[in-house]
Design a protein around this ligand. Sequence first.
Ligand code: TXA
Ligand code: MG
Length: 313
Amino acid sequence: MVGKDITKAIKFLEENDVIGFPTETVYGLAGNALSNQAVTKIFNVKERPSFDPLIIHIGDKSQIERYVENIPESLWRFIDQWMPGPLTVLLDKKDVIPDLVTAGSERVAVRIPAHPLAQELLSQIDFPLAAPSANPFGYISPTTAQHVSNQLGDKIPYILDGGPCTVGLESTIIGEENGNIIVYRKGGLSIQEILKMDDTAEIRTHSTSNPAAPGMLKSHYAPNVPLIIVEDYSTSIGQVGYITFGEKVQLNSGSIQYELSRSKDYAEAAQNLFKMMRDLDRTDLTRIEVKLLPEIDLGIAINDRLRRAAVRS
Ligand code: TXA
Ligand code: MG
């Protein structure tokens, strides 16, 4: 069921059940992070391999040291500046966080979502919420309650509806190694903002050989209709879904164009991307064509998601 009833949402969480919950980045599939039963349910509902760890969500900075220790000064600066927000930080976990949440890692990923409904929910519970994006493993992350309902609606008792996500891309994940800031996943907080805070931050490319690092699995965020990255949009016969960025395409009959942002606004493009990929994942289209955006601002994270969604030859 989809609704806006926080009391109901909390009742399910307290019973170790899992629910859909809104954040400003994407919707999460949330359960009590301190409960092995709830966390196991998250992995099952999502059909996610248990070696892929979960982010814990808390309401306020004042709670952070209940769950983690040894926070380096360099990361406090990011926490103070960007939390709540689209940033997740990897920190040394305390024993209270189950190993199941971190897939055995000594570090746990912590996020404080800024979404008002998420904030209200988190302020009323005394446990953190473990939550991956609320999509079946490998598919596009959901940015509306309806997206969650379409795919997981029959597996979970409740989806808290907070409206469409305003950021639209998953959080940026950072941590510290040997005194250096490392970006493990490009996301809703742009790389420019990270570099403004620390111009020596290192951006790690994802690798499949290191499943302990975030967002690492190669094919991800992918629609069922093949998504192809092109240099120029094809105008040949075929029913094509075009995703564009401030550009008009000559359409064949049966083809369709979705514009990420007419005014080439990166935040607007990020907000629209996953919804448009989903809406174009239709059986009457033979392929989706998209051009990469300029590698600046949120274009960097958008291109990362497009490359992961694209079919490989
Ligand atoms: O915006 C977001 O971050 C959303 C919302 C719901 O908060 N969540 C999200 O979760 O995208 P998920 O599980 O789909 O992606 C989290 C990524 C995964 O790739 C996981 O491998 C990585 O974070 N991760 C989580 N905990 C980790 C840890 N302890 N060490 C390394 N990577 C971790
Ligand atoms: Mg995900």
